[in-house]
Design a protein around this ligand. Structure first.
Ligand code: HEM
Length: 181
């Protein structure tokens, strides 16, 4: 994945626990270079190792860590050049969710090695929404929850999001039910 993710993890650890903790996380994860370049790609294993080490070090449940990091990362992205180009400001929360694939396609123009997730977003007859998530990567369902919550925060929208017990159809990683409250 792009270093933008790993750099976000660095910011997260440094903001919450300090720079020496970040060096310790990298050492425990077996990573010698503690600086990540946002526009370079790194093996996915590096990202998974960082998240796993953070969970061990701070005794976080992986689901909680991914949700918390997802929300944080979305805010952090807004401060980067790529994020600024996307300008969430004037758009409605639901409209952004309808355009997640188009948004990642736009990002891919400046980050050609992007291997983005894929989403389907639809409104249910009762006014709630379903978000269907596919990805070549495993185990990031709770990151989706965190990112969606981060997006809700950025667009000043109150929401409830729950992962459905099963994906709605075969071949996707997960489905989520989402309510604007
Ligand atoms: C400023 C906004 C955003 C930017 C700049 C951004 C950019 C990126 C980048 C760089 C990656 C790494 C993929 C790679 O390196 O191959 C990624 C992955 C991902 N993005 Fe976005 N994204 C944004 C918003 C969102 C939002 C709102 C969601 C909502 C669900 C989302 C869902 C994901 C997920 C789940 C992944 C993990 C990769 C995977 O599942 O395979 N992103 N995004």
């Amino acid at each position: 994945m792009y270093g933008l993710i790993n750099h976000g993890i660095e910011r997260f650890v440094t903001d919450k626990f300090g720079a020496s903790d970040w060096r310790d996380v990298c050492m425990r994860a077996g990573i010698t270079d503690t600086k990540f370049e946002g526009m370079l790609t790194y093996p996915d294993d590096v990202t998974y190792a960082l998240i796993g080490t953070i969970c061990e070090k701070y005794d976080f449940a992986p689901a909680d860590a991914l949700e918390t990091f997802g929300s944080y990362w979305l805010g952090y992205c807004q401060t980067t050049i790529v994020g600024k180009l996307l300008k969430f400001g004037g758009e409605e929360f639901a409209d952004i969710l309808y355009s997640l694939n188009a948004m990642h396609a736009r990002i891919k123009l400046s980050m050609p090695h992007l291997r983005p997730p894929h989403f389907e977003f639809e409104e249910n007859p009762d006014g709630s929404y379903q978000l269907h998530y596919s990805s070549e990567r495993e185990g990031l369902e709770h990151l989706v929850i965190g990112l969606v919550r981060g997006l809700a925060e950025q667009t000043k929208t109150r929401i409830d999001i729950q992962q459905d017990p099963e994906p709605a159809y075969p071949g996707i990683r997960a489905s989520f039910t989402l309510r604007i409250i």
